[in-house]
Design a protein around this ligand. Sequence first.
Ligand SMILES: Cc1ncc(COP(=O)(O)O)c(C=O)c1O
Length: 368
Amino acid sequence: MNLALKSPAPRSGILDIAAYVPGKEHAPGVAKVHKLSSNETPLGASPRAIEAFQKAAFNLERYPDGQANALKEAIAAVHGLNPANILCGNGSDELLGLLCHTYLGPGDEGIVTEHGFLVYRIQITASGGTPVTVKEREERVDVDAILAAVTERTKIVFIANPANPTGTYVPVEEVRRLHAGLPTGVLLVLDAAYAEYVRRNDYEAGLELVSSNRNVVMTRTFSKIYGLAGLRIGWMYAPRDVVEALDRVRGPFNLNAPAIAAGAAAIGDQAFVAAAADHNNTWLAKVGHALTDIGLRVTPSVTNFVLIHFPEEAGMSASDADAYLTSRGFILRAVGAYGFPNALRMTIGSEEANEGVVAALTEFMGRK
Ligand SMILES: Cc1ncc(COP(=O)(O)O)c(C=O)c1O
């Protein structure tokens, strides 16, 4: 073989990964577009965050604080945590990847659920590990199915709570039961990207479980209710061992300075968060009822999105509905890659967007 002609090859498994496809943002030929495909907030970011971002523009020659201390302290103050147990990431996506790269290698298994967030599978595979997918029950994470899948090769278990794209959640007692059934050497990752939206007494994002155990971490994001998706800010609450391990692996300046400043200001504005949660709560219920009334099944959601199922038996397909909505400027998310070929995920948007989708789907359903 002529070695001079050999091209570099990615590690085994890398080319088997189906790259993540973000939500669509364009509706060709339509003047006004409502992007409801990435679970972004319709309310933007807190004015305090925007001001902090703008101020940061005057010091761009400086490296950011590699520990993102101002952000950690602001998060710690709001949630009553020790900043030493917080690690920030370039979006929570980065943290999910770092967890896999730090705790998984060839021969190791990571458990994910049937309709779980695709980044888990991608990062497990990218780390050389093997994703093991377990069934859900009625579009909910099934704790027993996860526990039944644990082997001595299992190193990590991912659940999104609440889950994307179903919008369902696992009550705290069930999360505790899941944790209690896992060997202590298995890391349980509770991805709570949508925690701020949940209004249920039996829900907890995971703070208490992390505080009292050495094998649980919780990830959070500023991309959803805080309206800072474009800045890429995530954080993790974790035992010190985990923080110290990931600190060795991450890029030394993984958060940029404007993001640190804007994130710290955003989390200080909890009145803004409460107003965003109120808007969502009102429209989540209204949209759910309106869609059910026109004959669509909607998975009960505690988040800022709903999963809408189209009745195949009545000849309704999600792809036809998608085309119909897109032609009217409403962009929803196709979720075939999540195991829902005949459903669309709709982010709760502004009043105009929500009413527009309901009106368009009413027409769509009436056409058949
Ligand atoms: C369940 C879940 N986890 C994590 C993320 C990633 O968020 P971030 O923008 O913080 O990377 C998302 C974003 O869609 C999500 O739905």
